[in-house]
Structures are given as structure tokens and as C-alpha cells.
Design a binder for this molecule. Structure first.
Ligand code: HEC
Ligand code: HEC
Length: 292
């Protein structure tokens, strides 16, 4: 009798392991197919001037849009993550140095990357948040591109990305923003300009950079990845609803909330939000207060 039970337990466990493995192979196969799909978009050009006002704006945007967080302070790329479960994730060297963008990387290649999330070869860019950069105004995009095209070349050859099993399975369940190309409405035309005027409308435009973690409605939710804290609601119905504009700005500059919570920069990138201007933070505050 006992032997029989043991035999059945082994059989059941064995089949479960086998099913798990089969599922894993299936999931990683479909994710690989999505990564190998080629996309083609009509080349788009925007006018890039080299005046210093535009370049300064581009430098500011490169910081507040997180380009320097992921691509490194000199934008020469880096290994962002390297572990067994998640794999190796590498951001591109955006300069024209060794290991950087090819000499023929044109303005329309820049626009394709930022608007559509695909590279010069038509393959999806991995983990590049193009579903956010696609919402940039033409003027802001021009500023970022102008700034990046003027970067001093940095020699920094990098290894290629190599995704781990957890990343593949999370992508399969749509729990990780690996393939932004799939999330973009590619027919949506670019907005020419968003007026730099304090208020909720400007705040909504800027808050696109918060939606990746705080969700489209800014109501927060599950952690962005296993091991991270849950993401708080930052609309009027969350703590922010009780804060003054000065307290909001103070929180996003110092990482300390009026309730006394200390935000780690690894979870909530306050060193990045600290770089926003007063006008930008006040606008985001007004937008947060206008929704719940
Ligand atoms: C969350 C991290 C992250 C942020 C934020 C980010 N990038 Fe990226 N970006 C990446 C990664 C990773 C890649 C490499 C994609 C690949 O190799 O498939 C990449 C690729 C690119 C490419 C394509 C280059 C090539 O090799 O074809 C461009 C252009 C680019 N990023 C520009 C920007 C700019 C400009 C910003 C700021 C507006 C920005 N990125 C913000 C992670 C990021
Ligand atoms: C990379 C993910 C990420 C991004 C991007 C991000 N946040 Fe957060 N934010 C978090 C997490 C996670 C927490 C909670 C941290 C904790 O509990 O330690 C948080 C906390 C906060 C808090 C404190 C809320 C409270 O109730 O204590 C505010 C305010 C906030 N974020 C505003 C913003 C704004 C505004 C932006 C965009 C400009 C932004 N965040 C972008 C992940 C993010």
C-alpha cells in the first residue's frame, strides 16, 4: 500500500515538473519570436537645430526623463542588471565612440527609436521605454536628439543583453515592459509642442514619466518587480491629497515624505525627480490633485 502511494506521488510530482518545463519552453519560445519580429515604419524626420537653448533643454530632459539613469550619466550605456534569474540587461552607448551608435545613425533612426521602439535593424528595442518617449512633443524630442547628437564620443563597448528565465516568464505574463514596440499606438501623430506653462495640463504631460511605476491613473498598485515595495497612489485620494505644494516638492527633492517615510532611490527615483524645476513639480502636483 505504502509503496503504491509513493509510486503515485512520484508520478504526480514528476508530471508537474515536466509540465512546468514544457510551459517554460513554450513561454520562452513565444517571447523569443516576439523579440525576433521585424517592424518597418516610414522614416520620419524632424528638424534639429543646434542652438544653445535647445541643447540646454535637451540636457535637462535627458535627466528628468531618466535617460541618464539607464544609459549612464555620460549616456555611454551600461550593464543595468546582471543576475541569474533576470539575466543580463544592457543599455546602448548613445555616443559615437567605440561600441556606440554607428556613424550613419541618422535623425530618422533617433525618431524611430523614440517613437516606435525599434532599432536601425527593425528589431524591437528591449526595455527601452519608448511607450513613454513616443508621447514626447516634437519640440522636446528635437531637444533630446540635438543634445544626444552632440555628446562627446565615449569608447565603451558593451556585451549584448541576455535575458534570464524570470524575465522571459514575466514578459510572457505581461508583467515586465520588455517590448515597448507592442504597447505603442504607432499611428498616433506627434504633438508639435506642449506649452511650458504651470498647470495640470503641463503636469499631465510630465507625469507620463511616473506612469511606468505609478500606473496610467497614478493610483499605484503591485510592486514593479518581485522584491520591490508596492507602488503608492499619488492622486488626491492618496497621501498627496493632504500635502501642500511645498511638501510635495520637498518630498520629490529629498525622498522624505511629510509622514516621515524615507524613500529609497532604488525604489522611487527621487534623485531624478529632484532635478525637475519648481514649475515642473508644481505642475505635476496640480495634475495629481486634479485626479483620484
Ligand atoms: C528604463 C531604462 C531606460 C530609459 C529610461 C531610457 N532607455 Fe534608452 N535604452 C534602454 C535599453 C536597455 C536600450 C537597449 C535596447 C536594446 O539593446 O534592445 C535602449 C536603447 C536606446 C536607443 C537605441 C540605440 C540603439 O542601439 O539602437 C536609443 C536611441 C535610446 N535608448 C535613447 C534613449 C533616450 C534619449 C532616453 C531618454 C528620453 C532613453 N533612451 C531612456 C533603456 C532605457
Ligand atoms: C521606478 C518606479 C517609479 C517611478 C518612475 C516613479 N515612482 Fe514614485 N514611487 C515609487 C515607489 C515604489 C514608491 C514607494 C517607495 C517606498 O514605499 O519606499 C514611490 C513613492 C512616491 C511618492 C510618495 C507617496 C507616499 O504616499 O508616500 C510620491 C509622492 C511619488 N512616488 C511621486 C512620483 C512622481 C511625481 C513620479 C514621476 C515624476 C514618480 N513618483 C516616479 C516608484 C516610482
Amino acid at each position: 500500500m505504502f509503496k503504491k502511494i509513493l509510486k503515485w506521488t512520484c508520478l504526480v510530482l514528476g508530471s508537474l515538473v515536466l509540465l512546468g518545463l514544457l510551459f517554460y519552453f513554450y513561454a520562452s519560445f513565444t517571447v523569443a519570436q516576439r523579440m525576433e519580429r521585424k517592424y518597418s515604419f516610414a522614416p520620419e524626420n524632424i528638424e534639429i537645430t543646434q542652438d544653445s537653448a535647445l541643447l540646454n533643454k535637451g540636457a535637462h530632459l535627458a535627466v528628468i526623463k531618466g535617460c541618464t539613469d539607464c544609459h549612464g550619466t555620460n549616456l555611454a550605456g551600461k550593464v543595468m542588471m546582471n543576475d541569474k534569474a533576470l539575466g543580463r540587461l544592457v543599455s546602448s552607448n548613445l555616443t559615437k565612440g567605440e561600441g556606440g551608435l554607428p556613424a550613419n545613425y541618422s535623425t530618422s533612426d533617433w525618431v524611430r527609436a523614440l517613437r516606435h521602439g525599434v532599432g536601425q535593424d527593425g528589431l524591437p528595442l528591449l526595455f527601452m521605454p519608448s511607450h513613454e518617449t513616443t508621447l514626447l512633443s516634437e519640440q522636446d524630442m528635437a531637444a533630446i536628439i540635438a543634445y544626444c547628437q552632440n555628446l562627446a564620443p565615449v569608447n565603451n563597448p558593451l556585451p549584448v543583453s541576455d535575458l534570464g528565465p524570470v524575465t522571459k516568464v514575466m514578459t510572457y505574463f505581461d508583467k515586465m515592459p520588455l517590448l515597448s514596440v507592442e504597447k505603442i499606438d504607432h499611428t498616433k501623430p506627434m504633438v508639435a509642442n506642449v506649452e511650458n506653462v504651470e498647470g495640470a495640463a503641463f503636469g499631465k504631460y510630465l507625469a507620463v514619466s511616473c506612469t511606468g511605476c505609478h500606473h496610467a491613473n497614478l493610483q499605484g498598485g503591485d510592486p514593479v518587480a518581485p522584491g520591490f515595495p508596492p507602488v503608492p497612489n499619488i492622486t488626491r485620494s492618496g497621501h498627496v491629497g493632504n500635502w501642500t505644494i511645498a511638501q510635495f516638492i520637498q518630498t520629490l527633492r529629498t525622498g522624505k515624505t511629510p509622514e516621515g517615510k524615507v524613500l529609497s532611490n532604488d525604489n522611487m527615483p527621487w534623485k531624478m525627480t529632484a532635478q525637475y524645476t519648481d514649475k515642473e513639480l508644481a505642475s505635476i502636483y496640480e495634475y495629481c490633485q486634479s485626479i483620484q
